[in-house]
Design a protein around this ligand. Structure first.
Ligand code: ADP
Ligand code: MG
Length: 350
């Protein structure tokens, strides 16, 4: 057995580190002079999945599909409306702030905007040292050493610690954000579009850095992006979100080589390809993302789906397992119900 294969097999039976069940976030919409709740934005609407230790789950979808809301709920930065969040076998859905505090060091987030996410009045040393001051009892000397080693890990210079955020480029700032996130040895990191604000050439560098650090520190990632080609670099599995729901979830290979959901197919077809052998029909999505406060009945994607049929307006498609962990919510892949079987048998008899 090759080392690579062994490593893969080990990954396959690793334990679950994060699990979400039927997670929902409905933001109330207030209206009228009495500011009563007149509706809800269904930002995340019944999402379930697991992430294995050491794995990267990519989450993709257009802007407004609920990715950030999902990520913030998992870290308990936002209270879920319904559902359950489990971290290392502990139900953390309703954990008090005090109890969450000790867990916070295990979970970190890296945000999209490297300009807004770093305090411009703090030196790089202070920025990276802050979580060490809050979460550890390290001495000043230990903290200094840790800051220097972290800067080196993310490809910056020890001397950079005396500088301020404005002296760095976007890519370098993301490296600083990553160093800060790593400071207290987290197990799980959510990247919420961590490379989306960067130039394409810099994106690859930061993605590679994140991959290297994952191997070195045995990290688990939830990697959020609106861009399927970015997620491809880093993910083991990919979840595709549309209007607050996961419409397809599969291994990276399956998502890119055998996408089943018409939405995934449309997203993929919009990625520019240099591979001329791959005959790819460009599918253009008509219209904008509908409002999550008033999602279409049945399948939420039906208003933009090129393969829409009658049933799509009537029934919400189930999230079906098509085998080997490839899940899809689309009526094209409905498992035949007992009723369908009966109708078919009757037809066959005549
Ligand atoms: P994404 O990260 O995929 O772009 P978000 O999770 O930011 O999506 O947003 C999903 C939906 O929830 C959007 O329609 C957004 O306007 C809405 N939303 C997000 N945060 C709030 C909030 N605090 N109050 C009301 N609506 C919100
Ligand atoms: Mg977002």
């Amino acid at each position: 057995m090759t080392v690579l294969k062994q490593k893969k097999d080990q990954k396959a039976d690793q334990q679950t580190i994060v699990k979400v069940e039927n997670l929902k976030k409905y933001f109330p919409i207030k209206g009228g002079i009495l500011k009563r709740t007149i509706g809800h934005v269904k930002a995340v609407d019944d999402v379930s999945f697991e992430i294995k230790k050491g794995e990267t789950l990519g989450v993709v979808g257009e802007s407004g599909s609920g990715k950030s809301t999902l990520g913030r709920m998992i870290l308990r930065l936002l209270e879920p409306t319904e559902g359950k969040i489990v971290f290392e076998d502990q139900d953390i859905t309703h954990l008090s702030n005090r109890k969450m505090r000790s867990l916070r060091k295990d979970m970190q987030i890296v945000f999209q905007d490297p300009f807004a996410s770093l305090n411009s009045k703090m030196s790089i040393r202070e920025i990276i040292e802050e979580p060490l001051l809050v979460q550890t009892s390290m001495s000043k000397k230990e903290r200094q050493e840790k800051v220097v080693s972290l800067l080196e890990k993310v490809g910056l210079q020890p001397d950079d610690r005396v500088k301020y955020p404005h002296e760095f480029s976007g890519g370098q700032r993301q490296r600083i954000s990553i160093a800060r996130a790593l400071a207290i040895n987290p197990k799980f990191i959510i990247g919420d579009e961590p490379v989306s604000a960067l130039d394409v050439s810099i994106q690859a560098q930061v993605l590679n850095l994140m991959k290297d650090l994952q191997d070195e520190f045995d990290l688990t990632y939830l990697f959020i992006s609106h861009d399927l080609s970015v997620v491809r670099h880093i993910s083991d599995r990919v979840a595709v979100m549309y209007l607050g729901r996961i419409v397809e979830l599969a291994s990276k290979k399956e998502i890119y080589e055998n996408p089943l959901h018409p939405y995934t197919q449309a997203l993929l077809s919009s990625i520019p390809t240099t591979d001329i052998d791959r005959k790819k029909e460009k599918i253009t999505l008509s219209g904008d993302l509908p409002s999550p406060s008033n999602p279409p009945s049945g399948c939420a994607f039906r208003t933009r789906c090129p393969l829409v049929h009658e049933r799509c307006a009537e029934e919400r498609p189930e999230f079906n397992d098509m085998g080997e962990g490839h899940f899809v919510a689309c009526h094209l892949f409905d498992k035949p119900s007992i009723r369908d079987e009966e109708v078919k048998q009757e037809k066959d008899m005549h």
